[in-house]
Ligand binder design. Structure first.
Ligand code: GCW
Length: 725
C-alpha cells in the first residue's frame, strides 16, 4: 500500500513536470518560430554590446507627419526596436538632441527642410534617404523622402540595417526604385484554391470579407511594403467575372483599405467576357459600343469603391480564356478598350503576352509573332506583361525575344515566384540567380548594354513594371518551404533595384530570417546561391525544358505524348530520337533564333560555340556531340543529372549541422524537405536517363549509380490530388 501511494505521488509529479515541459515547448515553438514573421522577425539580439551601441544612437526618435502611412512607419519602428533591443522608443516632438533619429519629409519637418538635402532631387516619389548628419552640433540620423510612402520605405530599410547588424554611425543611403510598378500576381481563385499554389489555400477569405479583416492582411502588407512591393493583383488571371460584381468589389475594397497606408494598390484580373457573364450583354466585342459603355460604367463603379484602384490585368485568348480575337479583333483593340475606360482615373492596363495559338510550328515564336505587328498600337497607359522566357517559366529559359523588340510599347516583366516548375512546395531553390540571369541578359536591341532590366526600366515610357506570380498561401509560414520566403523577398528587392547582387539579397534574408551567425550565414548563402543551378542539373540540364507531368506538373515525364496539342507534350520540346536530342531553332529548324538581335543570335547560332546552358533550346545535336568538357553529350547529360543529385545530398548534410543556429521547427521542416528533394532529384535523374537511353542506346557510365527501378515503374507513377492543379 505504502509503496503504491509513493509510486502514485511520483507518477503525478512526473506528470506535472511533463505537462509543464509540454507547455514550455508549445510556447517556445509558437513564439515566432514557425516562420509566420517572415523576415520581419524582430527577435532580441543576443549581443549586449550591439544592443547598447544601437541604444546609444537612438536616444530619442522624432517622426513628423500625420498620415496613416506615417502612423504605420511609427508603429513598425516601435515594434522593431522593442523586439530587437528590448526597449521602448523615447518619442520626442520637437528640438534636436544628440544621437537621435529624425524622420520626416521637408514639408512635414522644418529641421529637415532646413538641411536642404540635395539628394532629394535625385530620388523619385518612392525613394528615401538615410543619412548621418550633424545638425547644430548634434549628431543625428535622419530618414527623409519626398513623400510619406518614401518615409515608410526608409523606415523599413533602417530596420533592415539593424536586423543585419550594420554600423549606423555614419550612413549615407540614397535609394530610389528603378521600376515604378512592383507587383505580386496572385493566381487565387474565389473558392480559395490557388492555381499553382503549394502553400495551402488563398489568404483571401472572400466569404468573411468585408466584415472580417484577418490580421494576415496587415502582415501581408507589412511584408510587401518592407521590400517595396506596391501593387497586388488579388485574383487569378484565369479570371472569374464574379470578382467584378458589387458584392465582391466591396470585399476587394476592404482589402484595399488595409493595404492603402502601406502604399499597396489593388489590381483585378478582368475576364474579357464579363459583360456577357455578369452584364447581360450578347457580346464582349471590344469595338461594340455597349461593351465599351459597360466597361466604362464598371470601372467607374470600381473607383467609387476604391479610389486608388491600380488597374486591370488581362489574360486574353490564351489557354482557353476569352479575348478580342473571338471577335476578329486584336490584342491592341482589347487593351485599348480597357485603357479608355480607366484613363479618367489614371489607372493601368496590364495586358499579358502569354499567348500561343498553335499557328506556327514552334511555341517559342508565337508571342513575338502576335505582338510585334501590334507594336505602337497600344495606348500609353497599357503595358504588355511578358514572361521572362519565351515558353513558360521553365527552370531555365533564354530571355523572351519580345524584350527590346517592342520599341513603341511599354513592356513589363513577369516572373514566377511560385515554384510550378521548380519542385513546387518542397524543393529548396533560391530564384534570385534565375531572375538575375534574365535581367542581366543583353538584348542588344538598343546597342550593347541594353539589358533586359534596362528595357523593363524603360526610361522612354512613364510606366515600368515587374510582376511576380505569388507563392503565398495560408500555410503558417506563408510559402510552405521556409526558403521559398526568400524568393518573395528577392523578387521585391530586385523589383526595387535590379542591380542588387544575389549574394547581398541572400545574406540579408538569412540574417533577418534566421541568424547573424557568420558560419551559418556563409553555409546557407552558399547553398542558396548554388541551388538554382543544382535544380536545373537534376531536372532539365543543358537547355532541356518542359519535361514535367501533365496537369499538375509535378515530377518528370519526358515520355509524355498524349495531350491533344503537340506543344503541351514533353516530346515536342526535347525531340529525342536515335540521332540525338534538342529542338533545332536555327535556320535549319524553326529559325526562332531570328527573333533575337543578330548580336544575340550569333552567340547561340552554332552548336559548337553556343552557351551550353542553352544548347538544347536551340540545337538538335547528336548523342556523340563533343562538349567543352571533352565529354560526349550523353556523358555530359549523365554527369549533369548526377552532379545535381550529389549537390542536393551535400546540402542535406550541411543543413544537418545547422541545428544550433535555427529554431527546431524550421530546422526540421527544411531537413525533411531536403530529404524529399534528394528523392525527387534521384527520380528526375533516373526517369530521364532511362528514357533518353531508349534512344541513345548508350550505357550510363559505371562511375555513376545505376538506376534501381525500371522506366516502366516511373511511367506507372500517378499523383492524384496533387496540389496547385
Ligand atoms: O504556366 C502556366 C500555368 C497555368 C497559368 C498559365 C499562365 C494562370 O500552368 O496554370 O495559368 O501559365 O501564365 O497564364
Amino acid at each position: 500500500m505504502q509503496m503504491a501511494s509513493e509510486a502514485t505521488i511520483k507518477f503525478m509529479y512526473i506528470k506535472k513536470i511533463s505537462v509543464l515541459l509540454f507547455f514550455i515547448a508549445i510556447s517556445l515553438s509558437t513564439s515566432a518560430n514557425n516562420g509566420y514573421d517572415l523576415w520581419l522577425k524582430y527577435e532580441k539580439f543576443k549581443d549586449i554590446k550591439l544592443i547598447s551601441a544601437y541604444q546609444s544612437k537612438l536616444k530619442s526618435v522624432s517622426i513628423s507627419g500625420n498620415s496613416a502611412t506615417i502612423q504605420k512607419a511609427k508603429e513598425e519602428l516601435a515594434f522593431a526596436i522593442k523586439g530587437l533591443l528590448g526597449s521602448n522608443i523615447k518619442w520626442k516632438n520637437e528640438g534636436i538632441e544628440n544621437n537621435s533619429l529624425l524622420i520626416g519629409t521637408p514639408s512635414s519637418n522644418k529641421i529637415i527642410a532646413g538641411l536642404d538635402i540635395k539628394e532629394l532631387a535625385q530620388i523619385n516619389t518612392d525613394g528615401f534617404i538615410i543619412s548621418s548628419q550633424n545638425i547644430k552640433g548634434a549628431n543625428c540620423t535622419i530618414i527623409t523622402a519626398n513623400t510619406d510612402l518614401g518615409i515608410l520605405y526608409g523606415v523599413f530599410n533602417f530596420i533592415r540595417l539593424l536586423q543585419t547588424a550594420q554600423n549606423i554611425a555614419s550612413l549615407n543611403i540614397v535609394s530610389s526604385p528603378k521600376i515604378k510598378f512592383r507587383m505580386l500576381n496572385h493566381w487565387d481563385n474565389l473558392n480559395r484554391t490557388v492555381e499553382r499554389g503549394y502553400a495551402g489555400f488563398s489568404i483571401w477569405d472572400w466569404h468573411k470579407l468585408p466584415d472580417y479583416i484577418d490580421k494576415r492582411y496587415v502582415d501581408y502588407a507589412r511584408a510587401n511594403a518592407s521590400i517595396g512591393i506596391n501593387g497586388t493583383l488579388v485574383n487569378n488571371v484565369n479570371g472569374n467575372a464574379t470578382i467584378l460584381t458589387k458584392q465582391f468589389l466591396e470585399k476587394v475594397a476592404a482589402l484595399a483599405n488595409v493595404f492603402r497606408p502601406y502604399g499597396i494598390k489593388v489590381y483585378l484580373s478582368a475576364r474579357f467576357s464579363a459583360p456577357m457573364e455578369i452584364g447581360g450583354l450578347k457580346t464582349a466585342d471590344p469595338l461594340d459600343s455597349n461593351v465599351r459603355a459597360w466597361w466604362k460604367q464598371k470601372t467607374k463603379e470600381i473607383y467609387s469603391l476604391i479610389p486608388d484602384f491600380g488597374g486591370f490585368v488581362i489574360k486574353a485568348n490564351s489557354e482557353g480564356q476569352p479575348g478580342p480575337q473571338d471577335y476578329q479583333r486584336t490584342h491592341a483593340d482589347g487593351a485599348n478598350m480597357f485603357s479608355e475606360a480607366i484613363a479618367p482615373y489614371h489607372g493601368l492596363i496590364i495586358w499579358r503576352a502569354f499567348v500561343y495559338s498553335q499557328q506556327s510550328k514552334d511555341r517559342f515564336k508565337q508571342a513575338y509573332e502576335e505582338f510585334i505587328p501590334l507594336d505602337g498600337k497600344f495606348n500609353s497607359n497599357v503595358i504588355v506583361q511578358v514572361k521572362n522566357g519565351p515558353i513558360d517559366f521553365q527552370p531555365r529559359e533564354p530571355f523572351s525575344p519580345l524584350f527590346g523588340a517592342m520599341k513603341k510599347t511599354a513592356v513589363g516583366m513577369e516572373f514566377q515566384i511560385t515554384q510550378e516548375y521548380l519542385g513546387q512546395g518542397t524543393h529548396l531553390v533560391y530564384e534570385a540567380p534565375m531572375f538575375k540571369e534574365v535581367l542581366d541578359a543583353d538584348t542588344y536591341q538598343n546597342g550593347k548594354g541594353s539589358t533586359v532590366a534596362k528595357i523593363v526600366e524603360g526610361n522612354q515610357f512613364s510606366i515600368s513594371l515587374m510582376a511576380g506570380v505569388s507563392n503565398i498561401g495560408n500555410d503558417i509560414n506563408w510559402t510552405s518551404h521556409p526558403f521559398a520566403q526568400a524568393n518573395w523577398y528577392a523578387f521585391g528587392r530586385l523589383a526595387w533595384d535590379y542591380s542588387l547582387s544575389i549574394e547581398t539579397i541572400a545574406k540579408e534574408w538569412i540574417e533577418q530570417t534566421f541568424s547573424n551567425d557568420k558560419e551559418f550565414v556563409r553555409t546557407t548563402q552558399n547553398i542558396m546561391l548554388q541551388s538554382h543551378e543544382t535544380l536545373v542539373n537534376y531536372m532539365t540540364p543543358l537547355g532541356l525544358a518542359h519535361m514535367m507531368y501533365n496537369g499538375h506538373h509535378y515530377g518528370p515525364m519526358p515520355w509524355g505524348n498524349t495531350l491533344g496539342r503537340p506543344d503541351w507534350n514533353p516530346i515536342y520540346y526535347h525531340k529525342a530520337d536515335t540521332n540525338g536530342i534538342g529542338f533545332d531553332r536555327t535556320i535549319n529548324g524553326t529559325n526562332a533564333l531570328a527573333q533575337y538581335n543578330d548580336a544575340v543570335s550569333k552567340m547561340w547560332l552554332d552548336s559548337n560555340t553556343c552557351d551550353e546552358k542553352y544548347l538544347l533550346w536551340f540545337h538538335h545535336v547528336s548523342w556523340q556531340h563533343k562538349m567543352k568538357s571533352g565529354n560526349t553529350l550523353w556523358e555530359e547529360l549523365c554527369y549533369k543529372y548526377n552532379i545535381g543529385v550529389d549537390s542536393i545530398k551535400k546540402y542535406e548534410q550541411q543543413w544537418a549541422l545547422q541545428e544550433k543556429n535555427v529554431n527546431p521547427e524550421q530546422f526540421n521542416q527544411v531537413k525533411q524537405f531536403l530529404h524529399i528533394q534528394v528523392k525527387d532529384a534521384e527520380w528526375w535523374r533516373d526517369a530521364c536517363l532511362l528514357y533518353f537511353q531508349t534512344f541513345s542506346k548508350l550505357s550510363i557510365p559505371a562511375k555513376y549509380p545505376q538506376p534501381t527501378k525500371t522506366l516502366e515503374y516511373y511511367k506507372s507513377l500517378r499523383f492524384p490530388f496533387a496540389p496547385g492543379n
